[in-house]
Design a protein around this ligand. Sequence first.
Ligand code: ADP
Ligand code: MG
Ligand code: MG
Length: 643
Amino acid sequence: MGLLTIGSPLTWEETEKYSDHVRKHGVIQFINLYRQLKNRQNDCLKWGDEIEYMIVKFDHANKTAKLCLKAEKLLPILQEKENKNQGDLKALWRPEYGAYMIEGTPGTPYGSLSSCFNTVEANMKARREEVEELLESDECLLCLTSFPRLGCKNFTFPPVEHDPRTSVLRSLFFPDLAVYGGHPRFKTLSRNVAQRRKKKIIINAPIYRDKNTPDPFVEDFSKLYDDGESARAALPNHVYMDCMGFGMGCSCLQVTFQACNINEARILYDQLAPVCSIALALSAASPVHRGYLIDKDCRWDIISGAVDDRTDEELALKCLKSRYDSIDSYLSPAGEKFNDFELMYDENVYKQLREAGIDHLLSQHIAHLFIRDPILLFSEKIHQNDEEDTDHFENIQSTNWQTMRFKPPPPNSSIGWRVEFRTMEVQITEFENAAYVVFIVLLTRVILTFQLNLLIPITKNNENLAKAQNRDAVLYEKFWFRKDLTTGESPPEATAYMAECGCSDECEYALMTINEIINGKENEFPGLVPLIQKFLTSMDVDVDTQCSIQQYLKLIQLRAKGELLTAARWIRNFISKHPSYNFDSAVGEEINYDLLCSINQITRGTGCPELLGHPTSRTRDHIPSAVTKAEKSYSGLKIDKNT
Ligand code: ADP
Ligand code: MG
Ligand code: MG
């Protein structure tokens, strides 16, 4: 969730007063950072995933499953080794928005050895074990993108008293105590976003219309102490949600990559942007919100609404999107001609960046981030040394939640320029999470090695992101995607391969199904996985790693074909077959309990052929020394178009 500065948060009124101050110094801090680090070279590939987990408490006698509010109790224990600097950590643990959530990342990032691909899944398993050792026998750690009954009556354990008339969130559904309280960031962020927009958050997700769903579907909130604000905001035939907890209380799967230098980071940022929607549709896992099936499969628009701090006047501006949305501009020279979105940016900031010698594309990007007000400020952090601190820059950066994030190196660290891939929904099992992560990392290697170009106009990315969330988008939607991926710089083997697949560059991009994008289309498009396979033939990979990679790619391919289900589709099928489902879109306690029991079993390896096939990956928790020796010569890829 980004920066976690400890301190005393200011009220919204105070924070607002310092808006210009934070922006002014944030830009100076970025300029200083840029000057110091723009020529940083030769960082090698490093990468790591982030998984957000939910802690669930079962009551088997009463057949209920609740979100367990114990992250604050667990985190100090999980962070003990890290805080004592007891090297060699398997995992790092961080708080997340919900008091029932935690975020886990590998203890150290993965490196450029191909055998790292085979340790990801084992590491994810080890992470889970670290937490589960601390849980009671009726509790478990699940990877759920959305908890189906989040915000329903008594959805937490322990149950908490809740009065929207006096709470900070003012939500009719989500109690303050379900927000992680161990750090002031989360609650203050929620309060300030609502205060900035001058009313509660409004999220309306279209309800999934089943044969007995009331028509129109309209809820009565008067018993929940609604003062009329919610009744006015809720749309008929939609599931209404009213606070940050609904989106920020969802989980996701992210991957961060280190590039060899700033130029490679710009290339990766741009090239992965068109993949964000494709990966979102392929990873769809959240069809139920606030106890109802909705007509979307993904969390994205919900979280986008959940942190939307725009005032009514700002909402009327077409070119000002939510802070949580797709990227608005490309950063690499090749991307420039595809920057067709008329993005808003702060002209003074832009001028200042240009005068400091920063190119148009990067200046525009930063000046665009800086149209936002800082939404959270700690009193201890107001006055900073712009030569050394970057908190004001990070403040604005970390509250711009776009599909990709361009991350400058932290000052005085060994970390290089990085990009973050942020759209994927978290999968139920470690096998799947590893598969999606490995797929994306391999794709970056293919893009760099074959010097491919996946760029489409920014406005087409926006269209894709909206479609990706539709029900069963993986099967029924068509996405804008580039037809010929080769460039003038592509090596002959890549160009020849592309020609063999029948690519023509008559029209740069076309509408394709996910199956075509992932698996290819005869005489037209090679497919991303076949391209990865082509790349793998030139890479030195040990037998076990090769076996696991093949299993991961197969999962991606079969999901794209529809031969394996997305988690969203599997959850929908489970609910519609449940004996207590009334075909009215409502997901009651008992369905929720049985669904989460099944998900828990799948997590623990009972298998689920329609979701997973029959995976037999050979993941291992370390890289055998024989493999390390054999691989020493493989140093990852270092490509810099400008050198
Ligand atoms: P965020 O700001 O998104 O919360 P985190 O600091 O939690 O990011 O880290 C995201 C991921 O980046 C983790 O998986 C971590 O292992 C990985 N990571 C850490 N250092 C590097 C690095 N130098 N290069 C690439 N990835 C790294
Ligand atoms: Mg992240
Ligand atoms: Mg993180």
